[in-house]
Design a protein around this ligand. Structure first.
Ligand code: GDP
Length: 194
């Protein structure tokens, strides 16, 4: 995918803040510090379009980005930090549920996980929420550069068995060396027809 334009549109915490555009939307979610900002920056070939999250639990806004004037890429706040208070988790849940269930233009949700850690309960909940809402989940396992190709292959088989998804559907990614970037764009393009 050739990136001609990638720019911030706006941030928001509730529906009245979210932009109404005629473009399809793809959102990205993952545990805090998993490598979500790095993945988005790698996708759009910009070093600092998305700022890395810093303090966990403190970037609680939904951020919208314009890609090539034909796609909104949406960065959802990170989840799953043990230190984050229950009330903050509840706020996160309400905001994400509100967003996921009210965006007809939202065609896919990239759930990004660490290939070393695999899928945990929080990730699984989000994947199930997608299924219930008719949003296509795209399961991406990042930091693949930490493993050899052989280890990546093994890990993919293990995760596939664990969660009962076809190994082929699990996308192996690295923001460090760009592995999986084209494949991820292919999936996004298939879903959105851009
Ligand atoms: P976020 O909190 O999910 O947005 O995570 P960041 O993108 O800020 O990344 C968290 C940490 O993981 C940073 O130290 C990154 O340099 C590192 N990181 C992110 N992606 C990769 C990757 O693909 N490979 C490796 N080795 N490190 C990564």
């Amino acid at each position: 995918m050739k990136i001609l334009k990638a720019e911030f549109i706006k941030s928001g915490t509730k529906a009245s803040h979210w932009p109404e555009l005629d473009w399809p939307e793809i959102a990205v979610a993952g545990k805090s510090n998993v490598g979500k900002s790095s993945m988005i920056n790698c996708l759009v070939e910009r070093k600092k379009l998305v700022k890395t999250s810093g303090t966990p639990g403190h970037t609680q806004t939904i951020n919208f980005f314009n890609v090539n004037d034909c796609l909104s890429l949406v960065d959802l706040p990170g989840y799953g930090f043990a230190k984050v208070a229950k009330s903050e988790r509840a706020t996160w849940g309400a905001m994400i549920n509100g967003y996921l269930s009210s965006r007809p233009q939202l065609l896919g949700l990239v759930v990004i996980m660490d290939i070393r850690r695999g899928v945990d309960e929080d990730d699984m909940q989000l994947i199930h929420a997608c299924a219930n809402l008719g949003i296509q989940p795209i399961l991406v396992f990042t930091k693949a550069d930490k493993f050899s190709r052989n280890q990546q292959f093994k890990r993919r088989q293990e995760i596939s068995k664990e969660i009962g998804e076809a190994a082929d559907s699990l996308l192996i990614f690295s923001a460090k060396n760009g592995q999986g970037r084209e494949e991820l764009w292919d999936r996004i393009q298939q879903l959105t027809q851009i």
